[in-house]
Design a protein around this ligand. Structure first.
Ligand code: GGG
Length: 358
């Protein structure tokens, strides 16, 4: 039976719209091949909207988005607007309103891509990072006193709740059960963050007792960054707080070749609300408009979206299209050492998706 899904698209800023359009054309082709249909509604929100209206999106933007099956986002951020305004004006309210408590960020070393680390075989780095996505260091609680005077004071509070810790940690364990290596590493800094991250460690130990078949490891974040470089192959599922998950996934992206390959899904595991899919990278103003941004992270994010919508055959097609392009040394953008344009890479994946059997 054929299904139709409505997707809200926020291309956003910088390279966001360029890479998102490539993701749309590839996803559309894959879904059409499997006899299903996607309809796309593009919203012009972001910093262009901000310059005109002094806000990133209209007051009812969350209500508008609530009616869609999923969202695809490009990037937010502009050199002339403080980043906390762009992030808090669009992306973070979406994650919170739609209770997207899981930010899922895979890092996989594809055949045909060279890791900056020595002698890494294709597939040898294969980790899945579960980043807590609705609280922690991103809770945006605090204030300023005596602002812009010599007595300026800033207070920024992190929020860790038992419920928040438990649901992301449990999601990580549930995924680890399905993977052959069955390992979960939890990353905190509980020696210095003696309240919130101690609670996290306690919840991790508590949840781990329900999964005796899973091998566990707890690391402080300073050791974790060292081990990501020294023994990346040993990580399977990784679970971390909002901020640490964000930082660690820039590192995991770069050790598998490029930020231009890092996809992500902001998921409401209960499926009560739409989930949002976006490349991990930002708006990259230095290359915006030049047509050389790598669209593969956006394309792989769209594949995650298809899989979340239950369109597994289409998701597999997109994945195979990307991995065959990389393995065959097809067109690649400068971040991967090539000279191809964004459009040529999108076209390369599209051609493979079109030719592959379902
Ligand atoms: N691709 C979305 C984007 O622009 N991300 C930039 C960013 O700074 N995101 C912050 C975050 O994910 O915490």
């Amino acid at each position: 039976m054929s299904a139709e899904f409505r997707i809200a698209v926020i291309g956003g800023d910088g390279i966001g719209p360029e890479v998102t359009e490539q993701a749309i054309r590839v996803a559309e082709a894959a879904v059409a091949k499997t006899g299903n249909q996607l309809t796309w509604t593009r919203f012009p929100w972001g910093t262009d909207y901000y310059f005109e209206h002094q806000r990133m999106a209209p007051p009812d933007f969350l209500d508008q988005l609530a009616t869609y099956d999923a969202m695809l986002l490009g990037a937010v951020g502009h050199p002339e607007v403080q980043d906390h305004l762009t992030l808090n004006g669009l992306l973070l309210p979406i994650r919170r309103r739609f209770d997207q408590c899981v930010c899922l960020r895979p890092a996989y070393l594809y055949a045909g891509v060279e890791s900056p680390l020595r002698n890494k075989a294709p597939g040898s780095i294969d980790m899945l990072v579960f980043r807590e996505n609705t609280e922690g260091e991103y809770a945006n609680i605090g204030g300023r006193l005596y602002q812009h005077t010599e007595h300026d004071v800033a207070i920024q509070t992190s929020v860790f709740t038992r419920r928040g810790c438990e649901r992301i940690i449990r999601a990580a364990f549930e995924q680890a059960i399905l993977r052959p290596r069955r390992r979960v590493a939890s990353i905190t800094k509980s020696n210095a963050q003696g309240f919130g991250m101690v609670l996290w460690d306690e919840v991790f130990a508590h949840v781990a007792r329900d999964y005796p078949q899973i091998e566990t490891e707890s690391l402080l974040v300073d050791r974790a960054v060292m081990e990501f470089v020294r023994r990346p192959e040993s990580f399977d599922v990784v679970v971390a707080s909002n901020l640490f998950g964000d930082i660690l996934t820039d590192l995991s992206a770069i050790i598998v070749g490029s930020m231009g390959l890092a996809a992500s899904g902001n998921l409401d595991p209960t499926r009560q609300h739409p989930s949002l899919f976006e490349p991990v990278h930002g708006s990259a103003p230095d290359i915006a408009g030049k047509g050389i941004a790598n669209p593969l992270a956006a394309i792989l994010s769209a594949a995650m979206m298809l899989s979340h919508l239950g369109l597994d055959a289409a998701a597999r097609l997109v994945h195979r299209g990307v991995s065959e392009l990389l393995q065959s040394h097809g067109p690649r953008t400068p971040d991967l050492g090539g000279t191809a344009t964004t459009d040529q890479v999108g076209q390369g994946v599209l051609e493979r998706v079109t030719q592959l059997p379902v």
